[in-house]
Write a protein that binds this ligand. Sequence first.
Ligand code: SF4
Length: 442
Amino acid sequence: MNQKIFIKTFGCQMNEYDSNRIYDTVKKIGYEKTNNYEDASCYLLNTCHIRDKAKEKVYHEIGRVKKIFRNKIKPLVIVTGCVAQAEHKEMLKREPYIDLVLGPQSYHKINETILNHQTKKKKLEETEFDAITKFKYLSEIKNQSKKISSFLTIQEGCDKFCNFCVVPYTRGPEYSRPLSQILDEAKQLVDSGTKEIILLGQNVNAYDFEGSRLSSLILELEKFSKLKRIRYTTSHPNDMTPDLIDIYKNSEKLMPLVHLPVQSGSDKILKSMNRKHTIKMYLEIFYKLKKINSKIEFSSDFIIAYPGETDSDFRETLKLIDEIKFINSFSFIFSPRPGTVASDLPIIDKKISLERLEIVQQKLFNNQIMMNKSLENNTINVLVENRSDDRSKLFSRSEYMTSVLFSGNDDLIGKIVKVKIQNSNQNTLLGEVVVQSNQKVA
Ligand code: SF4
């Protein structure tokens, strides 16, 4: 066929992984990836339902595509991801420009769906929850990521049903991929040059395949000698089991940044969110990990002005931020998702919500700035990923995922390098190379 496909990805790292796997899949029926949407004969939107007005953003984007292709041959238009799952039939009715709709657990059927559409000239939707078949299918297709840092999905779905979240409805129940399938994909990645693997899952630390937990998987990955770094995201506090905490004692490659969403510092609000953990439990995890390695730092997600959040609940969140000193965190004002329990609760006044968000973000940004400042004049290990956008510097990441820029030759790409930090701002560290190393600093 030799056609070109352009994928626009919204949302999380799991969607980014899925988009890459879609590229790997459609190659089989003659589609080539293009980064120029105007060249595309297939335009695919991989959507996210987490943020505000997700659905409207999709229709807006389709409107934009229509305009771009007004005087050209209409591309095949496909919508995948969580909005596709939530909207499916509705979407084909509301926007006739869309040809195919595939949910996040059905995108392995994309080739047969495209071919069916071509022969039958019919609009189609596939939104079954079938993670087992999806991953079995994907394991037979080589992961073509040639990146230094690559994502690897090991788990999908969620059984926790937090009252504000759509994931259990759009991604289905918790499912863990077979260990051997993950290790095969990890080998493909490492053989094609990956030096860092970021294990993904909506509840990545709930990973459990026939008794093999995330901790066992990390130890298996450690055995790949060419793999330098391992990370995982996103976790739930209830699944920070003793074996996973203990792995920080034994792992050489697991990075010292733990992303552990807490959402609120108030037990009352956590209960109302149906988070099923308390602040005491959260702090216990934090202090256990700190005891194992004092260089471990936490990042988190916060929902500000959740329905019912009083000034005193909000102060509890500020207190927690002061105690843990989170780095690199995400914070958003609560916004209701249709179909969730919290969508029926009374919203907090917009002005109060904005004021609270500003206070929280100021604190979180200060932590980030202080953390980066504390590294000035120190030497840290970075993994070099590629060149900066303007090509003038090498782009790398610290063990805490912070971007680090410095001058150097391309032969450092893919290596762990020691860099002396000279300057910093909130998001970036600037330095100069000291000496190449394979050792972990933290
Ligand atoms: S644990 Fe995470 S993915 Fe699951 S419902 Fe809660 S917020 Fe959503």
